[in-house]
Write a protein that binds this ligand. Structure first.
Ligand code: ATP
Ligand code: MG
Length: 439
């Protein structure tokens, strides 16, 4: 059968081919990025996950049988080549490989649905329809290499700071906040929903005595808007800590982000360079601005914002222009925050709630939570919801619930900041939006 690896194995990735190994016989494997046939000499660029390596085949030095095999190559086919490394200052990494044996592992059909070398530019829809080819572009894979490192560093940060990792259900019986932005599904003979947030579960873990927990998991939002910063399926990085308040968890979030950005600069320097993105390590302590101050700033920028309303897109932009970088927006009006948010003692019009912003983009919402059963019931009722719908959640507040606080960060929004992406779809492998359910 054709196309089998058999005893062939890669000895060197593209980025391991350099003048130091000139004279060595190696095996490289990857995709055919480019073929240039000048008759007497052929150049084939092979691309793998690390970069590119040039195969140079002068007919004078290379067997005619191999020349013929090379001529069979098609762009984006998967191939393996055994050959000798020699110095070539103009080639990638200063070397080329003189082929001794070649093997086609899988031939790519032509024409390709899109051009991964970007000589012909494709729009975002064409790219997402053929995401597997789009991913072959180094400026696309760089985004996901950075996103992966971001999760790695965040997990390390949590583990180093005494957080336990949890997984909570994504098939749920009712809404987190009583909102309508839920995807209903058939659950045997009942209706159920896809979870929009692990909020209620991570709070129940506080009653479980886990003290500090985090979860990195999918959230589903049936929001109809079609923007550059909303997806219908996103990944949320959620944290909850007992015996802590909003100030404490803002500090944790602040520390985490400084750590993540430092680490990405360190470990993803190549990817940042490919993206042409300079990721500035923020000041140790992010500025805090209260909601009241924000209203004044926004109004001073000529954007109308009545007290007590959530920030419109224009308001976010005005505030972002004034503040820039990372900043916390604190002390929100209670009325526009969910029932589980703790009001300020003696000034209940305000809540111990915050958002973390980057320029005009909301990255996170968090708060001190209500841990007193009766206050929680009151706040549920005040928002026109029925406490009976929250039975199993409320039960956790009756038998020893510690004071606690937490936040959730949207992973794709954070990836936008880390990679300098303008469109959140660039930061999800297979984005789900209003119009897209495949691939
Ligand atoms: P926005 O006001 O920007 O729509 P939100 O306030 O509805 O966001 P939260 O419910 O506070 O969002 O969710 C916490 C975080 O999860 C947000 O700060 C954001 O980073 C992320 N997030 C929420 N909804 C989405 C979404 N539809 N797509 C991508 N990320 C989201
Ligand atoms: Mg929010």
């Amino acid at each position: 059968m054709q196309g089998l690896l058999k005893d062939w194995r890669r000895t060197n990735y593209a980025n391991q081919c350099n003048p130091e190994i000139a004279g060595n016989d190696i095996t490289v494997m990857g995709w055919v990025h480019e073929i240039r046939d000048f008759g007497g000499i052929m150049f084939v660029i092979i691309r793998d996950v690390t970069g590119r390596v040039q195969i140079t085949a002068p007919s004078k030095k290379v067997d005619e049988k191999i020349m013929e095999e090379l001529r069979e190559f098609r762009k984006e086919s998967v191939v393996a080549i055994k050959g000798t490394v020699q110095e070539a200052p103009k080639a990638p990494n200063g070397v080329e490989v003189l082929p001794k044996e070649v093997k086609v592992l899988n031939l790519a059909n032509q024409p390709l649905p899109m051009d991964p070398t970007e000589k012909v530019k494709a729009g975002i829809d064409t790219r997402l329809d053929s995401r597997f080819i789009d991913m072959r572009k180094e400026n696309v894979s760089a985004i996901f290499k950075i996103k992966g490192q971001m999760f790695h560093t965040i997990r390390d940060f949590f583990y180093d700071n005494g957080f336990y990792e949890i997984n909570t259900p994504k098939l749920v019986a009712s809404a987190t906040e009583g909102g309508t932005e839920l995807f209903p599904i058939a659950y045997f003979d009942r209706e159920a929903f896809l979870g929009q947030s692990p909020q209620l579960y991570k709070q129940m873990m506080m009653a479980g005595g886990m003290d500090k927990v985090f979860e990195i998991g999918q959230i589903f939002r049936a929001e109809e808007h079609d923007t550059l910063r909303h997806l219908n399926e996103a990944v949320s990085i959620d944290a909850e800590a007992s015996f802590a308040d909003d100030e404490d968890v803002m500090q944790i979030l602040n520390d985490m982000l400084v750590h993540v950005i430092t680490d990405i600069n360190d470990k993803c320097a190549d990817e940042l360079e490919i993206l042409g993105h300079e990721l500035e390590v923020p000041e140790e302590k992010f500025p805090h601005v209260t909601y009241d101050e924000a209203v004044d700033i926004v109004n001073a920028h000529g954007v109308e914002m009545p007290w007590g309303e959530d920030l419109s897109r224009e308001a976010e932009k005005a505030l972002g222009d004034e503040m820039g970088g990372f900043y916390f927006l604190t002390r929100w009006p209670s009325a526009i925050k969910p029932f589980y948010v703790m009001p300020v003692d003696g000034d209940e019009k305000y809540a111990h709630a915050f958002d973390l912003m980057y320029n005009n983009l909301e990255l996170s919402s968090g708060a001190t939570r209500v841990h007193q059963h009766d206050l929680l019931v009151k706040q549920i009722q005040e928002r026109g919801l029925n406490p009976e719908g929250f039975g199993t959640y409320l039960k956790a507040f009756e038998y020893g619930m510690p004071p606690h606080a937490g936040w959730g960060v949207g992973a794709e929004r954070l990836t936008m900041v880390m990679t300098g992406s303008e469109n959140i779809r660039e930061c999800a492998l297979f984005p789900r939006d209003r119009h897209r359910l495949t691939p």
